[in-house]
Design a protein around this ligand. Structure first.
Ligand SMILES: Cc1ncc(COP(=O)(O)O)c(C=O)c1O
Length: 379
């Protein structure tokens, strides 16, 4: 990990501090799995699936190996594959588009809204074609996408909706948890997420009995009974240890999200009146859960460099929008295709954000950011 001369005064993320207060509970949960031997799938996964579905206000949750697998299996269960197109945004983590490609379909992009950084539904009309089968709105940074226009458009065109909620555990759209609006909702429990496992894990949620059954079968080699394979599937099962850890941590998620929201408010207040810097907007329809707290500045690289010198760790989510990634050169999108996503990729900085951040740390970051923004023009 990079160290400044001052050490890391404020880390980007502190999983040690995050787990310390619940360490005994976590140790006990892991010991229970070891004693039971239920390591791959099994009762701990089933228990977490029930708890997570109830938390999301959805009928079913299916535990899988990662958020990427959740998206991929969601697409496969909806019958999406070769020759199909799926519309999503270029301002996301690569996995959203990758899952589309792995299903055999082609990703088609629409730009994001300049205020919310989530899918701009105005772009859907131009992107849709006779081959389009689904739309994947991404609840980026913990901010729900504006779902009503997307759901309406999907209904009018006979398309499925797959919510990428990998960064938005517990976020709400019009007072309902995200993930429960589309045909399926997909979550990642990567360790740094608002609800993180002790390794890789993910889940698909849905209210459809047929879809959950298909995803359950697909994640387990296509078998509905041991060694009876109804279809060709894959091994995408969730580990028992991950499920046990997630069950413990789920009980704290609301509290952790509230702390993230309070930290975001403290950052927002500290930056009031600073014209060179844009803070994240919480859309009127949403309860943002600030998986990431992004600010936008013109001299992004200079500001990051100055913050690093002060011992403030930052992130960049994401430096290259998906349509400009080398891996997607064959899609034929050029620079300028999606100006808002491209601008975000140039200007966004993610500031330290985790529930255990102290008020003093936020104050330190805010002071350093203001100083760095003022000095960046001189660099
Ligand atoms: C928006 C988004 N989609 C999908 C994923 C993929 O999740 P995983 O890393 O668990 O495969 C991530 C993970 O960072 C993500 O942020």
């Amino acid at each position: 990990m990079d160290q400044s001369p001052l050490g890391n005064r404020v880390p980007f993320l502190d999983l040690g501090a995050h787990h310390a207060p619940i360490r005994a509970e976590l140790d006990e949960a892991i010991a229970e799995v070891i004693d039971s031997g239920a390591f791959a799938g099994g009762p701990f996964v089933e228990k977490f699936e029930r708890e997570f579905a109830a938390y999301c206000g959805c009928q079913y949750a299916v535990g899988v190996g990662s958020g990427t697998e959740a998206l991929w299996l969601g697409l496969l269960a909806l019958g999406i594959g070769q020759g199909d197109e799926v519309i999503t945004v270029p301002s996301t983590f690569m996995a959203t588009a990758e899952a589309i490609s792995y299903s055999g379909a082609r990703p088609v992009f629409v730009d994001v809204d300049e205020c919310t950084y989530t899918m701009d539904p105005a772009g859907l009309e131009e992107a849709v074609s006779s081959r389009t089968r689904a739309i994947i709105p991404v609840h980026l940074f913990g901010q729900p996408a504006d779902l009503d226009p997307v759901l309406r458009f999907a209904r009018e065109h006979g398309l499925a909706v797959i919510e990428d909620a990998c960064q938005a555990h517990g976020a709400e759209y019009k007072r309902r948890k995200v993930g429960s609006f589309g045909d399926v909702g997909c979550f990642s429990f990567y360790p740094g997420k608002n609800l993180g496992a002790f390794g890789e894990a993910g889940a698909v949620i849905t209210n459809s009995f047929e879809l959950q059954e298909k995803i359950r079968i697909l994640r387990d080699h296509g078998q509905d009974r041991k060694y009876h394979h109804r279809m060709v599937g894959w091994n995408c099962r969730m580990d028992g240890i991950q499920a046990a850890v997630l069950s413990v941590k789920l009980a704290y998620l609301e509290r952790w999200n509230s702390l993230r929201r309070a930290h975001a408010l403290q950052y927002n207040n500290a930056f009031v009146g600073l014209e060179e810097l844009r803070t994240p907007l919480e859309a009127s329809y949403s309860r943002h859960v600030y998986h990431v707290y992004p600010i936008c500045v013109h001299q992004r690289n200079e500001v990051i460099w100055l913050l690093k010198e002060k011992g403030i760790q930052c992130g960049v989510h994401y430096p290259v929008p998906v349509h400009l990634q080398k891996a997607y050169g064959s899609l034929g999108y050029g620079i300028g295709a999606f100006p808002i996503s491209e601008q975000l990729a140039k200007e966004c900085i993610s500031l330290p954000m985790f529930p255990e951040l102290t008020s003093a740390q936020i104050e330190t970051v805010a002071v350093c950011v203001k100083e760095a923004v003022a000095n960046s023009v001189l660099v």
